[in-house]
Design a protein around this ligand. Sequence first.
Ligand code: CO
Length: 186
Amino acid sequence: MLINNDTIVKDDDKRIRERSVDVSLPLSAEDRALLEDMLQYVKDSTVPELAEEKNLRPAVGISAIQVGVPKKMTAIVLKDGDGEIECQYALVNPKIVSNSLEKAYLANGEGCLSVDEDHDGYIYRSARVKVRGYDMIRDKNVEIRAEGYLAIVLQHELDHFKGILFYDHINNENPYYEDKEAIRIE
Ligand code: CO
């Protein structure tokens, strides 16, 4: 599937609010091809020349509903300052099995391929999550114990399965309400 900034489902399209369904395993050829394309999108999107050439917006994650397919699949790629991949997942039916009460938030707020406008404010999420699911890259069921940035990204992506966008979590009265107990991630 061609995935670029013009084909991504944006938040003015009601499909972005759809709930995603479980995917049957083993993966069908079609589901595998889609997840591979999603993973490639995320990898390429942070390489400036490729992003320019293919009309990609930089991202660390993408979920299938963002290309109009309401299935529980998400691809996540985190890179270090030199552009080397630090961690990557192509998850099918991932589920949060436990989460910390302690919260964390990104100091710069969150962004999303489906959201073109800026939405200022802090988004408080669990500081740590344990996620289980099938990972296409490793071809096995995995348990991810995440904290810090990865924990935030996982929760953002899994929210897409429920049709939830990051700005739904922003406190409208006081977008920069500061929870002193929460971990601030710079
Ligand atoms: Co998003």
